[in-house]
Ligand binder design. Structure first.
Ligand code: SAM
Length: 255
């Protein structure tokens, strides 16, 4: 039987599903703060762009652990509305602004930012393409910090290789991704893997109740059933093959 691929899932449905969850991809406040620790010269003059921010869980962590002004950008307006509401609730609205836009056509000035952040989103436009496009929006000596799906080993079982090559055709090893970062005009500063709890506790487990809710709300809807089956398969594959892949935080400094 042919499986549903990520590209066949409706963008609006995925977003309706995920905007009710705290995060839309694997990650954790601890790993965001750990990555932030590699960034030099943070001050109340620092300007950060958070690209593919979703509803902004990591945006708020950045805001609460720096004095920076943050522009958070996502393609999905529903996520941006939620992000701006959260910023207001936390009293961060003067420093955090969510805007709708696309990561591959940024509405910013050259040399505008000290730091470009992106968790779980760069694969939407491609790791190499994203790093190349974003570079001009960074000041000299500015930083980029992204999480990106990566292979941990040189070889892996065909089942998981096929799944990921379909979802992220450019998926590669950590060493290769570091070389891409260097070729794109950044000095690689650090790379570290996201621990399992970022996937399991913060991504797969919170999905379970939402999946039940969705199946009830859209009873008999084949598109929704396929989407939930896809999500469950993603979680099963992770528990089976997690030693072969994961998200890696890549941090680089613009040359
Ligand atoms: N950073 C959030 C997190 O870690 O919880 C969200 C990650 S989610 C896996 C990927 C996000 O990228 C979604 O919010 C999606 O709407 C956004 N996205 C997809 N394509 C995009 C594009 N071309 N420009 C901006 N955002 C995009």
């Amino acid at each position: 039987m042919e499986e549903t691929t990520i590209h066949e899932i409706d963008f609006a449905l995925i977003n309706e599903f995920f905007t009710e969850l705290e995060r839309q991809g694997p990650g954790s406040p601890e790993e965001t703060i750990r990555a932030l620790g590699f960034i030099g010269n943070l001050s109340n003059k620092t300007k950060i762009a958070d690209l593919g921010c979703g509803t902004g869980f990591q945006t708020m962590v950045l805001a609460q652990n720096t004095e920076a002004a943050i522009t958070a950008l996502d393609l999905y307006a529903g996520s941006i509305d939620k992000l701006n509401a959260t910023a207001a609730k936390l009293g961060l609205q003067d420093r955090v602004k969510g805007i709708v836009g696309s990561m591959d056509n940024l509405p910013f000035q050259d040399d505008e930012f000290d730091l470009i952040w992106s968790e779980g989103a760069i694969a939407n436009i491609g790791f190499e393409r994203g790093l190349n496009h974003w570079r001009r929006f960074l000041k000299k000596d500015g930083y980029v910090a992204v999480t990106y799906e990566s292979w941990y080993t040189d070889e892996r079982p065909a089942e998981i290789e096929k799944w990921w090559l379909d979802a992220v055709p450019e998926i590669s090893t950590i060493a290769h991704n570091i070389s891409i970062m260097q070729k794109a005009g950044y000095v690689p500063v650090a790379a570290f893997t996201l621990p399992e709890r970022c996937w399991i506790d913060n991504y797969f487990v919170p999905q379970k109740a939402r999946q039940e809710e969705f199946l009830k709300k859209y009873a008999g809807n084949k598109t929704v059933e396929d989407m939930i089956a896809f999500m469950r398969r993603e979680a099963d594959l992770y528990s089976k093959y997690k030693r072969y892949y994961g998200y890696v935080f890549y941090i680089g400094k613009k040359i």
